[in-house]
Design a protein around this ligand. Structure first.
Ligand code: GLY
Length: 425
């Protein structure tokens, strides 16, 4: 089977690594890929948002399955265009990807099907949004309705901050068209976790839970990032909590999408918060998470490609997955300055040595390869992942691997997994 994977980050390196080990695979291509993905796939210089170029490549190369990593091409309708040409694709239609692409759509769907207890309102003008913020008070959450590259959501601790963010979204248009509407939600308190599932629009097959650290600084402080580290399993998510989230939020959402005439297929990522009243959904994403994938997929003992094919072919019924009981830890190594401005093109040393360690895998997020040498090419550069018999062993291995890696200005948090670990290494 010839597979085309769309994307070029740490998530895609993790997926590429697992797909490359499948018995079903004859050749793996990745568009555009990165320095690490190039070890296991043929990287092709196609922009993930260049839908005509992807369609051409799939046709000319006789690709059997296209797996879409990032959300943007899905929201733009890549999966619809491929399906319209009779191609097999892993990922939801544009209508289904609204679960990530429109915060208002998701909140309204959850409310319609009685899947949320949280108060929220949707506004298409800043005056009414401002009045509502003043009426509700703080803390309060302000979300740009559309896809704003993960930057359009702010948890505001006071009313002034919330009013300023409404202004940033709707008046200063800092997120462009994503800010035509805002969603204002009550702020929920509790520990966060992520449950992802494979779904073919009908059957739901859960993956193991994970938890990431979004802030750049230690003690979960500073600016939000795409994620600075992650682990799986999650101590606060026992089997009953996981079942509660899957049975009472995710499966009913999949049913609701079907009922609405827009069945959801692919990975559904539920970002949840464990409140005193029970789990609540805070966001859906229409893709695998990054760096959540880096700790979830290494725990999958089943053949990933077989699951992706079964999902895309709507044949998940009866599929059971084997998961390792071990702990997985991922620490993201970033370029100095991230998530603000940073330099690229720094030579990275020690990658082979780190990768050669037992139970360690260095997933590349923002790297490029030139004459056999690796260079930094992004904000998040590497996701150093390790398995262990417990959290301490997994994190100690990941940090020992990072000790072997070096590039100018490299930055990583030393406290990833603090909730789960008994020691800090
Ligand atoms: N790590 C958060 C995300 O993938 O959206």
């Amino acid at each position: 089977m010839k597979v085309l994977l769309i994307g070029g980050g740490g998530r895609e390196h993790t997926l590429a690594d697992a797909i490359s080990r499948s018995l079903l695979l004859t050749h793996l291509y990745c568009a555009p890929g990165n320095g690490g993905i190039a070890q296991v796939a043929t990287c092709v210089e196609i922009d993930p948002e260049d839908i005509p170029a992807i369609l051409r490549f799939v046709d000319e190369t006789a690709i059997d399955l296209t797996v879409v990593g990032p959300e943007r091409p899905l929201i733009m309708g890549l999966a619809d265009r491929l399906r319209a040409e009779g191609k097999l694709v892993y990922g939801p239609s544009a209508a289904a990807a609204r679960l990530e692409g429109s915060k208002a759509f998701t909140d309204e769907l959850l409310a319609k099907y009685d899947l949320t207890a949280k108060a929220f309102e949707v506004f298409d003008n800043p005056e009414d949004a401002g009045s509502y913020v003043r009426e509700r008070g703080a803390p309060i959450v302000v979300k740009a309705d559309g896809d704003a590259f993960g930057k359009g959501v702010k948890v505001c601790t006071d009313v002034e901050e919330a009013l300023d963010f409404v202004d940033a979204v709707m008046v200063r248009k800092e997120f462009g068209a994503a800010g035509e509407r805002v969603v204002i939600e009550d702020c929920l308190v509790g520990e966060e976790c992520t449950i992802k599932v494979f779904t073919d629009g009908d059957v739901v097959v859960p993956m193991v839970p994970s938890q990431d650290h979004k802030r750049i600084g230690e003690n979960d402080t500073g600016l939000n990032t795409g994620g600075m580290g992650c682990y799986s399993p999650v101590p606060s998510v026992d089997e009953a909590t996981e079942r509660d989230i899957v049975d009472n939020i995710i499966i009913p959402t999949v049913r609701a999408m079907r009922e609405e005439g827009t069945p959801y297929t692919g990975t559904l990522y539920g970002g949840c918060i464990l409140t005193d009243e029970g789990p609540e959904l805070i966001e859906y994403n229409c893709r695998f998470g990054d760096p959540e994938t880096q700790v979830v997929i290494p725990r999958l003992d089943s053949d990933l490609l077989q699951v992706l094919v079964a999902t895309a072919e709507e044949k998940l019924d009866g599929v059971e997955l084997d998961w390792s009981g071990r702990a997985a830890a991922c620490v993201v190594v970033a370029s100095g300055g991230y998530p603000g401005s940073y330099e690229k093109g720094k030579r990275i040393s020690g990658l082979d040595e780190a990768d050669a360690m037992d139970d360690v895998k260095v997933f590349h997020a923002g790297t490029a390869i030139e004459n056999g040498e690796y260079y930094t090419a992004g904000g998040r550069v590497l996701g150093v992942t390790a398995l262990g018999d417990d959290y301490d062993e997994a994190f100690d291995r990941a940090y020992a691997a990072i000790d072997k890696i070096q590039f100018d200005g490299m930055y990583f948090r030393r406290d990833i997994g603090w909730r789960a670990r008994t020691s800090t290494g």
